[in-house]
Design a protein around this ligand. Structure first.
Ligand code: GTP
Length: 556
């Protein structure tokens, strides 16, 4: 395939605006997958993606499309919509020359529409605005076109109105991809040079790297090097993703595909790294700005004997998700473990769920915290308002975009959920790091029968200490089942107790309701109780359910 008949593009959108549905239609229309009910969200391969109905990890598919008598190779890179995963979006964008910017015909421009637009705009990609869901009764494509014109300065004539669900005008999208997006600037005569924009770890074959070839060509058997470690590898297998792996003999300039080259160690396949031929070294491509972890949580094995298994699970999963940072940590109550950094709370929950589902690991996750810098000086005396309004722009007469400066701590746990429910789902939200600010903060401990639970130690604003201590004690009381003795749940600042709840003693006799002698039923109940116990963690003499750590931080 000559580079001038290749198009590399991705689909970007606010969550739920229909990326995956459009991707499915494009795959069907180009014959990459059969048209059946079963083929839904083909690019959402992970179990957690299907269960939650969201895209977490970007996937790639090469499509063949005939247009005016010519065959084109279209490389589609699917991207996630949620704010926590914008790192995946910028990674996909670096392998593309154009994007389809999907906007829901009813909801109009939302927070991630704006954030994703700027990622594509700054990378100087061709932007094709696509208004989706025009089949909806209350669709208002006119209004959405006005928004696009006003906010993004894109002429309304460039918008394509479609229904991804019903397939209406999807053909026009394919034509626009061919006609409006420029081919990659890549010459087959240059030395081989490829960007690693994603990688997966396969238990049997080692690292499978997704690459975008920026110059030259690579064949099976070639000796290649990575710019980062300067180690040599032999190419065992390469090919296209359609979206399943499709081995080929070569990959050419302008193509996007996968490569397996016997990389065994998790550190060998750095995302953003450059691959080249051993005998033809090249200058490394710019790579990526590392993703910045915003939310930190401890992760510990349920039982210390499971430590090695959990360690390898975390290592392998972080290879598939390089935005997670990992540091060894240990805790009096929980033993040896790690402190992990995530891009947001959903990212953390998804990581945890993937550990359990894909690696069969059982973990205790401690309450998430955000990073602070402590400065020991009287400057902390400065009183801060917790949120400061920065600016406000009317997108049209129904929608307004507001910018605030917030302490990250206020937005990390449940701000998104709260905003959604207060606005009946109409408001949307995106954030970026604005740096550290001085604030009047103090350390608050939580005690169980007088013993501090270090995982629940939080840093709170002085003015919020009493209500937040009280709320944490109440929630902890609700999450810990009664035990054979009374439990005091206390919040303390230094040696001063500021809140207290009591959990009364109670012995839960699960057999109490089993009159008579159905032994199988009794065994079942006892087994269930034993399974319940496994999900518990002992702190001092108190059994704490493992999800208590995260429940405690959620506001009601
Ligand atoms: P994330 O991957 O999580 O960001 O979501 P997404 O943008 O991929 O959205 P998805 O394709 O999963 O679609 C979200 C919902 O909108 C699903 O329930 C779709 O069935 C529905 N949907 C998508 N396109 C259309 C459309 O053209 N018309 C209607 N009525 N519904 C649509």
């Amino acid at each position: 395939f000559p580079a001038e008949r290749i198009r590399n593009f991705c689909i970007i959108a606010h969550i739920d605006h229909g990326k995956s549905t459009l991707a499915d239609r494009l795959l069907e229309m180009t014959g990459a997958i059969a048209k059946t009910e079963k083929n839904k969200q083909v690019l959402d391969k992970l179990q957690v993606e299907r269960e939650r109905g969201i895209t977490v990890k970007a996937q790639t598919a090469s499509l063949f499309y005939s247009h005016e008598g010519e065959q084109y190779l279209l490389n589609l890179i699917d991207t996630p919509g949620h704010v926590d995963f914008s790192y995946e979006v910028s990674r996909s964008i670096s392998a593309c020359q154009g994007v389809l910017l999907i906007v829901d015909a009813n909801q109009g421009i939302q927070a991630q529409t704006v954030a994703n637009f700027y990622l594509a705009f700054e990378a100087q990609l061709t932007i094709i605005p696509v208004i989706n869901k025009i089949d909806l009764k209350n669709a208002d494509p006119e209004r959405v076109e006005s928004q696009i014109e006003k906010v993004f300065d894109i002429p309304r004539e460039e918008c394509i109105r479609i229904s991804a669900k019903q397939g209406t005008n999807v053909e026009m999208v394919l034509q626009a991809v061919v006609n409006r997006i420029p081919p990659p600037v890549a010459s087959i005569d240059d030395p081989f040079k490829a960007l690693v924009f994603d990688s997966n770890f396969d238990h049997y074959r080692g690292v499978v790297a997704n690459i975008a070839v920026f110059g030259g060509q690579v064949r099976k058997g070639d000796k290649i090097m990575s710019a980062h470690l300067a180690k040599t590898y032999e190419v065992n297998e390469l090919g296209l993703l359609r979206p399943d792996e499709h081995p080929t003999q070569k990959l050419f300039a302008g193509q996007v595909g996968y490569i397996i080259a016997g990389m065994k160690d998790v550190k060998e396949a750095q995302i953003g790294d450059t691959l080249y031929l051993q005998e033809q070294p090249v200058k490394a491509l710019p790579g990526f700005k590392p993703a910045k972890a915003m939310v930190f949580a401890g992760m510990y094995p349920m039982d210390q004997s499971e430590y090695p298994g959990l360690r390898s699970a975390i290592e392998r999963l972080t290879l598939n998700d390089s935005s997670v940072t990992v540091q060894r940590d240990s805790s009096l109550a929980l033993g040896a473990g790690w402190r992990l950094g995530f891009l947001g709370l959903l990212h953390m929950e998804v990581f945890n769920q993937r550990l359990e589902q894909e690696y069969n690991a059982s973990v205790i996750v401690t309450a998430p915290t955000v990073p602070y810098k402590a400065v020991l000086s009287s400057a902390k005396l400065i009183k801060n308002r917790r949120a400061i309004q920065k600016n406000m722009v009317y997108i049209d007469d129904q929608r307004v975009m507001m910018k605030y400066l917030f302490p990250l701590n206020e937005v990390v746990v449940d701000f998104y959920d709260l905003l959604k429910s207060l606005s009946s789902g109409y408001a949307s939200f995106d954030y970026e790091n604005a740096g550290y600010q001085a604030a009047d903060l103090i350390k608050m401990d939580i005690l169980l029968n007088g013993r501090p639970v270090e995982e629940l130690t939080t840093i709170v604003h002085r003015e919020r200490a009493y209500p937040s201590g009280k709320a944490m004690c109440e929630r902890l009381k609700d999450s810990i089942p009664r035990q054979m003795f009374e439990i005091a749940v206390q919040a303390a600042i230094g040696s001063k107790i500021i809140a207290r709840e009591t959990i009364k003693a109670f012995r839960k006799n699960v057999l109490a309701k089993c009159y008579g002698g159905d032994i199988t039923r009794k065994m079942k109940l006892l087994k269930r109780q034993a399974e319940g116990k496994k999900k518990m963690r002992r702190i001092g003499n108190v059994e704490v359910p493992k999800d208590a750590f995260i429940n405690v931080l959620k506001r009601k």
